[in-house]
Design a protein around this ligand. Structure first.
Ligand SMILES: [Zn+2]
Length: 368
């Protein structure tokens, strides 16, 4: 078991997962890649994730001589489920934890592994976030309310992406993942001018955000089409690398602070609206990008450009488009929560609840 330290994970520079592979049908040989990390694997995943991955995964683990046990993940990345995964890992004497599924399932596996000092392998079966590659878990309570973000001292040891599995998931996940990823560029740009004397890793993260932006503009629309057709081709592979790997590397390099502009705070504000709870994280963050552009009073061309990208993805970034109510009192509360978000970066434009509320109203009118 790894030696525990009292140092803060923010003290040292990290970049991304130790190993990352994005290749069709990679799970058939997953055991070969997992074997160097452990010989007793606790596999934790949701019902759908386990169903789509289990046959390929379990056969290859058996072939590689890895003993394994399954744990069904349900609900939230909450203290109760984290304790459950730790209990099962101890009982099985697991020396590696394998998380399968979407962000909540992977975050739970990562948190359990971090607390036990075990390596974690992430196998994302959807591409709605960069959770598979980052060194953090977002903790909720069992009612699904956000509690806090826990930063880990290391990124996952191994990430196995099987694009063939991802193309068989509903397209809305990939579209949400693209928008959540795109926020790194928009939020980074909003914060960057105010960062005094940036260190080399923040500067590198900012440059990578430009690679991310250009990659999405080039490949994302085709990737969404390929996903719908269940085709694994270059644009899809590139987009998965950007959404899962590059976004996570940027997040890790910049220690998460450089890239909190206004898109994520607007997302957090939206959680005050009950009807928003079932909407995917990335779709709400995408809406937050458009609100941020309105707050910034960006040039008309930039706004139209972003809007046309959203529409090509088949999304309408307005409250109406998200099927959320337009209520002035509620909007003021959402704006208040967003403007006072504790993680908000140093922005180069003024932000308060009235500025944000007015941007939300203007966006709604513009898209009516
Ligand atoms: Zn996000």
């Amino acid at each position: 078991m790894a030696k525990r330290t009292k140092q803060s994970p923010l003290d040292f520079v990290r970049t991304g997962p130790t190993q990352y592979i994005n290749r069709a049908r990679i799970l058939r040989t997953a055991g070969d890649y997992i074997a160097p990390w452990g010989s007793r694997a606790l596999i934790s995943g949701g019902e759908t994730a386990l169903a789509v991955s289990e046959e390929r995964l379990s056969k290859s683990l058996d072939k590689a001589g890895i003993k394994w046990r399954r744990r069904l993940f349900t609900g939230e990345c909450s203290p109760r489920h984290i304790a459950g995964i730790k209990g099962d890992a101890r009982a099985f004497k697991a020396d590696v934890i394998v998380g399968v599924g979407g962000g909540k399932s992977l975050d739970t596996a990562k948190q359990g592994a971090a607390e036990l000092g075990l390596p974690v392998v992430c196998i994302p079966t959807i591409a709605a976030t960069c959770s598979a590659t980052t060194a953090l878990s977002v903790i909720y309570n069992d009612r699904g309310e956000f509690q806090r973000v826990r930063i880990h001292s290391r990124n996952p040891s191994l990430v196995l992406v099987d694009p063939d599995i991802i193309t068989h998931s509903p397209g809305i996940y990939l579209r949400a993942g693209i928008l959540d990823s795109l926020a790194k560029w928009y939020e980074g740009r909003a914060v960057w001018p105010s960062v005094r004397n940036p260190d080399v890793q923040s500067a590198a993260a900012f440059q990578l955000a430009e690679v991310l932006y250009n990659g999405h503009r080039r490949y994302a629309i085709d990737a969404v089409r390929l996903n719908a057709e269940h085709q694994v081709e270059n644009a899809l592979i590139q987009t998965l690398d950007i959404v899962i790997l590059l976004t996570g590397v940027i997040q890790t390099l910049a220690k998460g602070t450089l890239f909190t502009g206004l898109a994520h705070p607007v997302h957090n504000g939206l959680t005050l609206i009950k009807e928003s709870h079932h909407i995917l994280h990335g779709l709400k963050v995408g809406y937050g990008i458009m609100v941020q552009l309105c707050v910034q009073n960006c040039p008309k061309k930039e706004f139209e450009d972003a809007l046309s990208f959203f529409r090509k993805l088949g999304l309408e970034p307005s409250l109406k488009g998200l099927k959320l109510p337009f209520d002035r009192n509620l909007i003021l509360r959402v704006a208040d929560k967003a403007a006072n978000d504790p993680d908000i970066g140093p922005l180069n434009f003024p932000v308060n609840k009235f500025v944000v509320a007015s941007a939300i109203e203007r966006l709604e009118k513009r898209l009516a």
